[in-house]
Design a protein around this ligand. Structure first.
Ligand code: GLN
Length: 503
């Protein structure tokens, strides 16, 4: 049962072939069997999930089903506040913190009847591309346990790839939903900025963060996106506009007719320096869309070459400000400095932040504080904001010519654990293709494009659409998925190692 899609699980619940309690228990059993090896979860809430499942079964018996996914279990990235459940953001500084409230997206999951299996591992405060910056140890890629599952949301992607959860929530500030999706053979969506509430999402960089679906199919993402999306008065950046018909777009896309769709291949994202096997799967995917009737042209977005530098100024600036609230007084950890008789509040703060934050977090706080300091503000933060506008203009110009833009999601397949840990710049380069969307607020999806010839590991195909046109991601993504699944004779994840017996 755990190998089905969420849509198929929902159908089995609807026709009475299974119950939510059975389905939830099956996933808890799978977690018990493989998570020792994968380490996708930081916290599993068996009791809470089974209680929610029992309530779902009662509702169904009474004919009062709450949503199309009522009873289908889900995993939640540990950066989203969950009432009564630990929320650590992968950091020691929040060890033991139990939020007194739910993030809006979690409230919506509960209202829609999805049992929450637990909280997934992540790079500390969502800073990283490999989940190795988690204070609680790395997550392993289900395709090859010696490799990274991507990051920062490696836990959510690995849980879905390893059949521990059919659905998960992730967050994407510079690629943390899409890049883990690419390297684990799963689907990940970063919605339009403002399209999904950020209330209760522990912020890394407010102007870039978005919550989104992590699933095994494009349709499953659309189903989940419709549940969590839409206006939230508790988030001042939430867009007060109805969501487009995402599920309808996914269903229409799966029929495979792409005629009239104009696709722009971004010149700056791909080519030399990108892993040949990743480029080969990308080209094949494009050919498939052309065969389905799409028109493909190349589009240059010249400012994208500055996206990484721009992001690594704006993001640390916002992060340094956001992380100031972890002051040993309000949340989680409090460390008393050794050998100080009556420590001041500042002594306690210093000792706590020193012990509670990891190296990558400290690096970004220092970078951000420096870039925001008087005398450097205009040269760094101010300049980065101007380049951000240029990147937004590149998108505007491109979307004047085409309906969607495409690129490989990440330059390489999953690298080995430890390979880039001591080289921050090499780590940052993984997000070359995903970051422009966050800087401009536009939505993006990563769909599995196949296995690279060199290493037999998954690669991803990224589709980007104009703000508020998230439906286009689902239409093109579903068309690609349908074509590739037919070509492979089944879903890509059917080829992943089984893992039972690994723990
Ligand atoms: N890998 C990028 C970073 O380290 C993006 C992270 C994210 O999207 N949360 O900042």
């Amino acid at each position: 049962m755990t190998r089905e899609t969420a849509a198929a699980m929902a159908a089995a619940l609807a026709d009475g072939t299974t119950t939510s309690v059975a389905l939830t228990q099956a996933h808890l059993d799978r977690i018990a069997a493989v998570d020792g090896a994968v380490h996708a979860f930081l916290h599993v809430d068996a009791e809470g999930a089974l209680a929610a499942a029992a309530r779902s079964d009662e509702r169904r018996a009474e004919g009062a089903v709450a949503s199309p996914l009522d009873g289908v279990p889900i995993a939640v990235k540990d950066v989203l506040a969950t009432e009564g459940l630990p929320t650590t953001c992968g950091s020691r500084i929040l060890e033991g913190w139990i939020p007194p409230y739910d993030a809006t997206v979690v409230t919506r999951l509960r209202a829609a009847g999805l049992p929450i299996l637990g909280k997934t591992n992540m790079d500390e405060f969502a800073m990283g591309s490999s989940t190795e910056h988690s204070a609680y140890g790395p997550t392993h890629n289900p395709w090859d346990l010696d490799r990274i599952p991507g990051g920062s949301g490696g836990g959510s992607a690995a849980a879905v790839a390893a059949f521990e959860a059919p659905l998960a929530l992730g967050t994407d500030t510079g690629g943390s939903i899409r890049q883990p999706g690419a390297v684990t053979g799963t689907v990940g969506v970063k919605p339009t900025y403002g399209g999904v509430s950020r209330y209760g999402l522990v912020a890394m960089a407010n102007s870039l963060d978005q919550v989104g679906p992590v699933t095994r199919t494009v349709l499953d993402s659309a189903l989940l996106h419709e549940l969590i999306g839409g206006h939230d008065p508790r988030d001042s950046t939430s867009v007060d506009a109805p969501l487009p018909d995402l599920v309808g777009a996914a269903r229409r896309g799966a029929e495979g007719d792409m005629s009239g769709v104009r696709i722009g291949v971004i010149t700056e994202l791909g080519g030399d320096g990108w892993q040949p096997g990743v480029m080969a799967r990308f080209q094949e995917s494009l050919d498939l869309l052309v065969a389905a009737g799409a028109e493909v042209v190349e589009v240059s977005c010249p400012s994208f070459v500055h996206a990484l530098a721009t992001y690594y100024l704006i993001m640390p600036c916002e992060a340094s400000s956001n992380l100031a609230k972890f002051d040993a007084m309000r949340y989680g950890l409090r460390v008393l400095p050794e050998g100080v008789d009556s420590p001041s509040a500042e002594d306690v703060m210093r000792a706590t932040r020193d012990a509670g934050f990891g190296d990558e977090v400290k690096r970004r706080i220092i970078l951000g504080t420096y870039a925001l300091s008087s005398g450097y503000y205009d040269a760094y933060y101010g300049k980065a904001q101007k380049v951000r506008t240029l990147i937004q203009r590149d998108f505007d110009a491109a979307f004047g010519k085409v309906d969607v833009l495409v690129s490989p999601t990440a330059p390489t397949t999953a690298f080995r654990l430890g390979e880039k840990l001591d080289d921050p710049l090499a780590m940052y380069l993984n997000d070359l293709a995903t970051i422009p969307a966050n800087l401009a607020g536009v939505p993006g999806i990563s769909v599995p494009s196949g296995l690279a010839d060199e290493d037999g590991l998954p690669a991803g195909f990224q589709v980007l659409a104009p703000a508020l046109a998230d439906d286009r991601l689902y239409r093109v993504g579903a068309a690609l998925e349908a074509g590739l699944t037919e070509k492979w004779g089944g879903p890509l994840l059917a080829q992943a190692p089984d893992l039972s017996g690994e723990s």
